[in-house]
Design a protein around this ligand. Sequence first.
Ligand SMILES: Cc1ncc(C[n+]2csc(CCOP(=O)(O)OP(=O)(O)O)c2C)c(N)n1
Length: 641
Amino acid sequence: MKWLPEIRGPEDLQALSTDALREVAAEIRQTIVETVARTGSGHLGASLGAVELTLALHTIFHSPQDRIVWDVGHQTYGHKLVTGRYAQFPTLRQPGGLSGFLKRRESIHDQWEAGHGGTSLSAALGMARARDLRGETHDVVAVIGDGSLIAGMALEALNDIGQSRTRLIVVLNDNAMSISRNVGALSTYLARLRTGPAYLRLREDLHWIIERVPLIGKAMVRTVERVKEGLKQMVVPGMLFEELGLTYLGPVDGHNLAAVQDILRHARQLSGPVLCHVVTVKGKGYAPTEARPEASHAWSGPFDPKTGVLLPRRSAGTAYTRVFSDALIAAAVRDERIVGITAAMGSGTGIDRFAERFPNRAFDVGMAEQHAVTMAAGLAASGLRPVVAIYSTFLQRAFDQIVHDVAHQALPVVFALDRAGVVGEDGATHQGVFDLAYLRHIPAMGVLAPRDAPHLQRALATALARGDGPTAFRYPRGEATGAPLLAEAEPLPWGRGEVLVEHGRDCLVLAVGPMCESAVRAAAQLAGEGVHVTVADAIFVKPLDRDLIVALAHACGAVVTVEEHASAGGFGSAVLELLAAAGLAVPVRVLGVPDAFVDHGRRDDVLAGFGLDAAGIAGAVRHVLSPGRAGAAWAVRDRRP
Ligand SMILES: Cc1ncc(C[n+]2csc(CCOP(=O)(O)OP(=O)(O)O)c2C)c(N)n1
């Protein structure tokens, strides 16, 4: 590496010639590929596609005085490399290392933290308005991808930016891809702009001819004016953005560094809001990612950087996502009312496999979770059985839609919450640890946390069997446990838990989801120490199995609840509410994710750090039975009939 080790910040880039910057671009690509090849984890395609754009931004603007707001943040590996993080780059997404997204505490050049898409325009407009109010003069630049531009909030922001008339530069990084190919009418519109010149020339010729049509009478004048207006819509590139109040510049080849620099320079000189349309190629500059842009979005597993071929690994078992999509396909074969919905996460949620089998019954709405949920409500209100497959973290976007459009009308929408719990390398913005809290208090909502693969199959059957309200079930990232899979998945008895271990009545360990497995192992450990616990799987977080939980808590006199979820407001909280309402005064220890945003790390390590493994659960039982707690525990036991 000739340049990167010497670049301490953007000011070092600004001193370089265009030829030298091209060499920097090559070094950035090489570093990104080699790092992700070694660690086996990272967003490769988006960052490779944004290399020249990154260099152009950091040479035309002066970060951190000028504020660059990156949407999502997964395309910023180049930005990290030129803002003083080259030496740390090998630690990318590793425990304790650099985040895979932007982090304000990592660098003064990280002006905005995100992980969810579509936030940059609103944030940038806020920054621009603050600048105006404070009489400052710096530039504010939002960099947003075409996949994120269709998010509801981004469109709301565009609307506001247009009316603001403030100086704000929106850079549209258009690679025609979300994670998979981008969808929707806006995406088609951008495609038309991309293929601009020939199309525009044709319209210009027509315009010239129309202008020369002899005007015969007033009616003809009006007609010609209307035609001309119609043609203007086609002739002026970016008319849609112009009509919204932004000056449209472009499209420009996003890998031609000088051209991107030119357009940004031009944008800086304009007074109101500007949109620079920069056309890039996802995965640019590395043949394996250019060939497979979807697979390159988030690479999983170490690979040979020369060929892009994944290195042999221990063959992973069936993923929960796969169990879900197989179960959904099997159910849809039997019930033609079932339809599948994804918000730009077809491969991540398994809806892509459902779509192959049932192309007319699968809907990818793009990165538009709110719309996905209310559209599902419309489907359900018309007699269909929509299954919204979505990551736990992204459903947060659609809270009001769940409350107001689905639950309030008791519509039978099924929510399949993938990546629920601790997610590992994606870190704080992607943790799926809030869903039980934001779902369980909604009237009419049923909430399940299946403990293994067969239970996931049965959770789907349970949700589909319910006709009088919405049901959500959650499952984690990764390999499913509990094979063999069921040939026929029966619904679970509604609102019923299940005792898994009955070693004795020293303490009740009440778990949900895959934590049940750790709870069972903890029980075995404790039995060896002479502590005999009962382990139960609540299965349902709502409705809770009141009779079972009250009876066991009463019999055992002490309770430890275990969930892979924030300990505030989740399953343990629900149990506390239940026991309080039942008038049962037993000590309860709620084991879950503490009240903090959890950074990236290996999932098992993160869980163990919170005591969410067999050893931690055993420790919690010992604690709840320890002398400090014993008074309460034994007092209740003494009162036992
Ligand atoms: C609200 C939300 N939904 C889904 C995702 C998952 N996701 C991450 S990147 C991405 C595609 C983004 O496409 P685009 O903005 O065009 O960026 P590109 O990766 O193509 O550079 C999606 C759907 C997300 N980050 N946030």
